[in-house]
Design a protein around this ligand. Structure first.
Ligand SMILES: [Fe+2]
Length: 389
């Protein structure tokens, strides 16, 4: 979780009257909402509303999120070219799920329309990697600006609207995590601070910048997703009627270019790239960095049999030293049980190089991933044979 943060007006102690005259129905207070994780056992935040946050006028079914998982006849490597994905839907409905297991759904999203309805993911944390575009995430915690190559981490139950700068085509990679997305434990000292030597520090994490109190009585629809089910709640007021909050549960950004790469005289293994941790998977950042300095170093990764993980790479920017044939927004999946490694010619080509400008994101999962129909449509069936040259 990110560091403790406080914005706007909060009372001196928890759960004492936060005076506001005359207040809703003349009750003279702001209304507390405690947002907890892990039951009451983990990080939490406390928000103060103009009106009770529990006022609901209508609850309606709103359908299901389609997830067309395919059965694969063979175990093999995959290369999905997603750069040409046609813009469709809005930042929520336009998500195209590609890889799925019980812990995570990875989707691409190139929205064609702005988000007009508030949205809340009730049982998954979301990580939105912004490949292109910039804008702001509007939530009850305030306004969170974002820019290209930001990871936007949105804790479950954060009602939000994402707004992109006009004139840009947003291009997003979206992770939905059934477990909480956190900073890896090994990056934290026993006092909860990010250790010196970790690939980032508290200064690289950015929370909401300002409270945006919306004082509006009246029907406000919110689309709520839990699992594949969608429910439309019509609230009695706008839910962003918050005057202040504090705590450790809030959306934040971390920019991939702020990742401080760890390098060595010889190749360092992928865990040094780890950025976030979640039950069942990790998210890593391959940032531009110096290549290995040993005079005889092999500067691309070793061939690798990943015995208990499925490895997914998303290619963001620059030339990726160990791969040929991949392009911006390519996704490769190297599943458990079969070896993969640098493409022919890349070992020799890297000998004279001193640094790499590649930027890529990686997701490693513990449980096997399944493909969706949309992923299969983008798949290069020749990719498994691309090492034969
Ligand atoms: Fe690997």
């Amino acid at each position: 979780m990110p560091a403790y943060r406080k914005l706007g007006s909060i009372p001196r102690k928890r759960h004492i009257a936060h005076r506001h005259e005359p207040g809703y129905r003349g009750e003279g207070i702001y209304y507390e909402e405690v947002v907890t994780t892990g039951g009451f056992g983990r990080a939490y935040s406390i928000c103060y509303h103009l009106r009770p946050p529990t006022r609901v006028r209508k609850i309606e079914p709103a359908g299901e999120v389609a997830l067309d998982v395919v059965a694969e006849a063979t175990l093999r490597h995959h290369h999905f070219r997603t750069r040409g994905l046609k813009p469709s839907g809005d930042p929520i409905s336009g998500r195209v799920p590609l890889l799925v297991n019980d812990d995570v759904i990875m989707a691409r999203c190139r929205p064609a329309q702005p988000q007009t309805e508030l949205y809340r993911n009730a049982d998954a944390d979301e990580v939105i990697f912004v490949h292109q575009s910039q804008g702001s995430l509007h939530t009850l915690f305030g306004v969170l600006p974002f820019k290209p190559f930001d990871y936007i981490v949105i804790p479950r139950c954060t009602t939000y609207r994402i707004e992109f700068a006009p004139g840009t085509q947003p291009d997003l990679l979206v992770f939905e995590s059934r477990g909480s997305v956190v900073i890896p434990n090994r990056y934290l000292n026993p006092d909860g601070q990010i250790r010196l030597g970790a690939p980032y520090s508290e200064r690289d994490f950015h929370g909401p910048e300002g409270i945006e109190t919306v004082d509006r009585e009246g029907d406000t629809p919110v689309l709520i997703k839990d699992g594949r089910r969608l429910t439309r709640y019509t609230l009695g007021q706008h839910p962003f009627d918050v005057v202040g909050w504090d705590g450790m549960v809030y959306p934040f950004t971390f920019n991939a270019d702020d990742f401080e790469p760890i390098t060595g005289t010889v190749h360092q293994p992928p865990p040094i790239h780890q950025t976030f941790d979640a039950p069942g998977f990790v998210i890593c950042t391959f940032a531009p960095r110096m290549l290995d300095t040993h005079p005889e170093a092999i500067k691309v990764p070793w061939a690798h049999s990943n015995v208990q993980a499925d490895e997914v790479l998303y290619y963001v920017r620059g030339r990726f030293g160990s791969r040929r044939g991949v392009e911006e927004a390519s996704i490769t999946l190297h599943p458990r049980g079969i070896p993969h490694g640098p493409h022919p010619g890349t070992i020799v080509a890297s000998r004279t190089m001193t640094r790499t400008d590649e930027l890529a994101g990686m997701m490693d999962t513990v449980r096997p991933l399944s493909l969706t129909r949309q992923a299969l449509d983008l798949d290069d069936a020749e990719y498994p044979y691309s090492w034969m040259e």
